[in-house]
Design a protein around this ligand. Structure first.
Ligand SMILES: Nc1ncnc2c1ncn2[C@@H]1O[C@H](COP(=O)(O)OP(=O)(O)OP(=O)(O)O)[C@@H](O)[C@H]1O
Length: 728
């Protein structure tokens, strides 16, 4: 393999710190391994080099590569993950008597048990808040919060103020402190403590720091864009004044802000921490063709916080095909075509922004008998308790005898959560199954429930008794009735500590009801929901975009690319500039996983295609890619939406011969400034009446606004052309 000039420059970097901005598929592993061998050949002792990789499998892969390139008997440097580094530091500090030895809580349930105790302790005077605090989702959010305090090295109160959590979680900072006390008194620690404890000790004591500094000359870190504050600070301690730090990564692929990563870590923040650095681009991708490279460049162009760098396709890359379509049918057709070309389904990945968006595709694949597997098996749609409960309601309408089954009743009473402890629900379900009547208020089975809890559960029981009479209803109508009666949306939003989780659950309900509309026979739908499924190794892989980090497939489909889903936002959770940029990076990561074929799918109906589809200029990109291989490119003028971006791309390929022009556009009829409209702005439309602006998009001087009208629903309007007047 002939290394590129850019790769060579990184390998031969001379002195000082370096920042390597590598686009997706740029061969960074190859380059970093060659860099290590170069350092060894220059006589740097292996012990004075440390390589840090983002997870265990990346570390093992890198160790294998290093070994395969080395002459036999050559000693190799330490390759570690941050976790293993933290582990070793913790051991040293324990040996030196600085830290008390603690046992690692490795199972999730152990941490959950501890957080449950911490929550109970801090809510000892607020008994009425305890049931909600002990819900699984709430404890999961608390665990996330505690991890984030340690990742960001912030006081818990300061972090809580910054996060947009439900006000009902205001005890989190106190619960964090209580959890710390319990960890200490029980002599245990979490994974986050592997870094948090040594770092706290080292930062507080310069004499201690001098014992760990000065052992390294070179530190090379992969996936630098996704490291958090604690990891960066630990790195600064270990590097001290002596070691040269080489940070390799792609700020455009920073997708872990919710775990404490920041795109700035790779940008200004790096120099602020370490001082001056030499910048090296790795701009050539060896993964996919020009069409996708161009689409990816377009897709990320609107972000402000990003490196000024274009991704270029190497000459012998596959000629990637791009297409955009709608819904499950389009996916099935593409998969059938793929197989007809003699290709296998295990080369295909279906990526989604969140698991709820995979539901229609899981159903479509099931119905078509196409095998698939999920990156997280517990995300099979029919294993989700909420989906099981909805299937349970449908079943009950067809099989009234289920009213005598206490297990079935417990499931139906428990979802979505009525904020009642499970043991109590089980007792009530036993009672209802045997008596078939709602108990008197003074009956011990409900007497200690709060009135609101009693009302909620009684409403569910009344609905259950009514369902058999509605058995002739089509499944979608029946499900909608259930969802409305039990006020599922409100409950799901209330139950979720993080707004995003509540919205995702509500979206899951929508998706299921939409799917049910395509089936008129309730038994067929029930049969589908009950089908036993498990991962099929040779099937299409379904994963979230986060789970696809660092991976690639010949055929990638990205599904659910609708406004409000991807980018994800809602009326209660509007997009900030930062969040929009993070969503855009996530989309960039999703599309750049593909090697030969990319299919972007949006849903039909009320869902509008995502702005990201337009932004990626996929048709322009296909057109330019076709022109690059055509014999008469010089005789054409290509009309593209971003001539300057495409011009830069062509120029870097040495193809200035292709002429570009902007598309012919109609001048807007009236001049509007960006500040004229903003989300939340009230307005009056001559036909649709009053409404509120949800989003403002497009060219700021001629924006497209998305308005929710009080009476006429949602409409997308070209602001300059619509008969509207702004209200105070
Ligand atoms: N100079 C080159 N010429 C041709 N192929 C190359 C070159 N450099 C890397 N590659 C190929 O590109 C592919 C990706 O390279 P590598 O595995 O080193 O990158 P990676 O770090 O895993 O990918 P990414 O950059 O997405 O993280 C490999 O198949 C590698 O052989």
């Amino acid at each position: 393999m002939k290394l590129t000039a850019e790769q060579q420059a990184v390998i031969h970097h001379d002195e000082g710190h370096a920042r390597v901005a590598a686009v997706a598929g740029a061969g960074k592993t190859t380059t970093m391994a060659a860099r290590v061998h170069y350092l060894l050949s220059r006589g740097v002792p292996p012990k004075r080099i440390l390589v840090l990789m983002f997870n265990r499998s990346a570390r093992e892969d890198f160790q294998r590569r290093l070994a395969s390139m080395a002459p036999s008997g050559q000693a190799l440097p330490d390759v570690r993950t941050f976790h293993s580094l933290g582990h070793r530091l913790t051991q040293s500090l324990c040996r030196w008597g600085v830290l008390a030895p603690r046992r690692l809580l490795s199972a999730e349930w152990q941490l959950e048990r501890l957080l449950r105790q911490a929550s109970l302790n801090v809510l000892s005077d607020a008994v009425e808040r305890r049931d909600a605090a002990l819900e699984g989702d709430r404890l999961e959010t608390l665990a996330h919060f505690c991890g984030l305090v340690k990742a960001e090295m912030l006081p818990p109160e300061a972090l809580f103020d910054r996060l947009n959590y439900d006000p009902d979680t205001d005890y989190f900072p106190a619960a964090f402190n209580e959890a710390e006390r319990l960890l200490r008194s029980e002599g245990v620690m979490t994974y986050a403590d592997l870094l948090y404890r040594p770092l706290q000790a080292l930062e507080a004591d310069s004499a201690l720091r001098s014992r760990v500094e000065g052992f390294l000359d070179h530190v090379i870190i992969d996936e630098y864009q996704d490291i958090n504050a604690a990891q960066q600070r630990l790195l600064a301690v270990l590097a001290g004044k002596r070691a040269s730090v080489m940070a390799v990564g792609d700020a455009n692929q920073c997708i872990y802000e919710w775990r404490g990563a920041r795109p700035d870590t790779m940008l200004e923040n790096f120099t602020a921490t370490f001082g001056e650095a030499t910048d090296y681009p790795l701009s050539t991708t060896f993964r996919h063709g020009h069409a996708l490279a161009l689409a990816a460049n377009h897709a990320i162009a609107a972000n402000q916080r990003r490196p000024d760098q274009l991704c270029l396709a190497a000459p012998h890359n596959p000629d990637t095909r791009l297409s955009v379509g709608q819904g499950g049918r389009q996916l099935l057709d593409a998969l059938i075509d793929w197989q007809a070309q003699g290709r296998v389904l295990s080369d295909v990945s279906l990526l989604v922004r969140s698991w709820a968006l995979s539901v229609p595709f899981q159903l479509a694949l099931l119905q078509a008998g196409i095998p698939f597997r999920l990156a997280r098996e517990d995300r099979f749609v029919f294993r989700l308790p909420l989906v099981q409960a909805l299937a349970g309601y449908l079943k009950l309408s067809r099989r009234p005898t289920l009213l005598q089954d206490p297990e079935q009743l417990t499931l139906l009473l428990a979802q979505p959560t009525p904020f009642v402890a499970r043991e109590r629900l089980q007792r009530l379900a036993q009672y209802l199954a045997s008596r078939q009547a709602w108990p008197e208020n003074h009956d011990p089975v409900i007497s200690d429930l709060k009135p609101i809890q009693r009302r909620t559960l009684k409403k569910r029981w009344t609905l259950l008794c009514e369902l058999p009479q509605l058995s002739a209803w089509p499944p979608a109508k029946l499900l909608q009735h259930v969802v409305d009666t039990i006020e599922a949306e409100k409950t799901l939003r209330r139950a979720a500590a993080r707004r995003e989780k509540g919205e995702e659950d509500v979206r899951l309900l929508d998706v299921l009801i939409e799917q049910a509309q395509s089936v008129s026979d309730p038994d067929a739908f029930i049969e589908l929901l009950e089908r036993p499924i498990e991962n099929q190794a040779a099937g299409v892989l379904i994963s979230t975009v986060h789970g696809a980090k660092g991976l690639e497939w010949p055929f990638v489909a990205v599904a659910g690319v609708n406004e409000e889903d991807f980018p994800y936002y809602s009326r209660d959770n509007p997009l900030t500039d930062d969040r929009l940029e993070e969503e855009r990076r996530l989309f960039y990561v999703a599309i750049t996983r593909s090697k030969e074929q990319l299919l972007v799918l949006h849903d039909g109906g009320a869902h509008r295609p995502s702005r990201f589809i337009t932004e990626s200029a996929w048709q322009d990109s296909m057109q330019v890619a076709a022109c690059l291989v055509s014999d008469n490119a010089q005789s054409l003028t290509l009309r593209v939406t971003s001539p300057s971006l495409v011009g830069r791309y062509l120029s870097q390929l040495g193809r200035d011969d292709i002429e570009l022009a902007a598309p012919e556009v109609q001048a807007p009829q009236a001049a509007y400034t960006a500040s004229a409209f903003y989300p939340g702005q009230r307005l009056h439309h001559a036909v649709f009446g009053e409404g509120e602006v949800a989003t403002v998009e497009g060219n700021p001087s001629d924006p497209v606004i998305d308005v929710r009208f009080d009476q006429a629903g949602r409409r997308r309007l070209i602001a300059s052309r619509a008969p509207i007047e702004r209200l105070a």
